[in-house]
Design a protein around this ligand. Structure first.
Ligand code: G3H
Ligand code: 13P
Ligand code: NA
Ligand code: ZN
Length: 328
């Protein structure tokens, strides 16, 4: 069934696990996530970004997820709108039947300008008022995602700000987080701890100075009853990068968020872990390999099948690593 995100996150908090929230853009990704969840009996959060809505269109995304709800009737599924840029965008998603929305008020509606604290409170509070009236969950964001190595935002993959920022802006402040939660009454809080979207997060295996897991502990100590969300949490597996390079891809050296760090974060209040890039890498590696080994094949189903299988494997792995197994 389609459920609210609040319901799943409350259960995850009670039983001390984290739920990967996977971005979806097409049929094969939806099927991969559902098959993975079915095999390990895990709850599902599927989320659509602005980019996904632009690529597939809202009606296709909504109906793909509805098809999942219909085909896997025993698995609780959340249809979440990722990074809503304004109350209007969130209202639109709610009207379409999304059971959860993110109001990302860390940036202004242009998606680039760093917003004032008051602006963030104002837009998030507005979305909470309209969403809670009909049982829809709200995720907000405080602090700006970006790199503590370069002190820049994560504009690289087309959203966020590329302004130079201070350490203060790149790390969510625990006191301010407490005030933000109190004044907005949101359900889940996305925090900034040095992660960024896309494949190029860290130039080296991250240590505590550039991936601030300790900050999560401080925030959780201050607001223990708020579900925390980690964005930019792909692990960027080195074996997938190697596979992509082996079959003709050109990807620079890069590092993601180690699973062990996410597991530590789950012990300290992180309940939703956003993952998009790892699925992209898995599918691309599989397609490249297939194309290289089968130069005469041309039926898209033949290369989308291994791509879907690779996506399923990485999703299943994350479900197990985040202790989601058997929690559906
Ligand atoms: O929000 C970040 C996700 O990785 C979505 O990326 O905007 O390219 O769909 P996208
Ligand atoms: P990744 O790019 O690390 O997969 O993060 C996705 C994300 O945070 C979507 O909101
Ligand atoms: Na989100
Ligand atoms: Zn994100």
């Amino acid at each position: 069934p389609l459920v609210s995100m609040r319901q799943l996150l409350d259960h995850a908090a009670e039983h001390n696990y984290g739920i990967p929230a996977f971005n979806v853009n097409n049929l094969e990704q939806v099927q991969a996530i559902m098959e993975a969840a079915k095999e390990v009996n895990a709850p599902v959060i599927m989320q659509a970004s602005a980019g996904a809505r632009k690529y597939a269109g809202e009606a296709f995304l909504r109906n793909l997820i509805s098809a999942a709800v219909e085909s896997y009737s025993n698995i609780p599924i959340v249809m979440h709108q990722d990074h809503g840029q304004s109350p209007d965008v969130c209202q639109g998603a709610i009207n379409l039947g999304f059971s959860s929305v993110m109001m990302d008020g860390s940036l202004e509606a242009d998606g680039k300008t760093i917003a004032s604290y008051d602006y963030n409170i104002d837009v998030t509070r507005k979305v909470v008022d309209m969403a809670h009236a009909i049982g829809v969950t709200v995720e907000g964001e405080l602090g700006c995602l970006g790199s503590l190595e370069t002190m820049k935002g994560d504009k690289e993959d087309g959203h966020g700000t590329d302004s130079t920022m201070t350490r203060e802006q790149l790390l969510t402040d625990p006191e301010q987080a407490a005030d933000f939660v109190k004044r907005t009454q949101l359900d889940a809080l996305a925090i900034a701890i040095g992660t960024s979207h896309g494949a190029y997060k860290f130039t080296r295996k991250p240590t505590g100075d550039i991936l601030a897991i300790d900050r999560i502990k401080e925030i959780h100590r201050r607001i223990p009853n708020t579900h925390l969300v980690m964005h930019g949490s792909s692990s960027v597996p080195q074996d997938l990068l190697a596979e992509i390079r082996k079959y003709g891809g050109d990807m620079k050296e890069t590092y993601g968020v180690p699973v062990s760090e996410i597991q530590e974060a789950i012990k300290h209040g992180v309940r939703k872990i956003n993952i998009d890039t790892d699925i992209r890498l898995a599918m691309t590696a599989a397609v490249r390999k297939f194309m290289f080994e089968n130069p005469s094949k041309f039926d898209p189903r033949e290369y989308l099948k291994p791509a879907r299988e690779a996506a399923k494997q990485i999703c299943k792995q994350r479900y197990i690593e985040f202790n989601c197994e058997g929690q559906a």
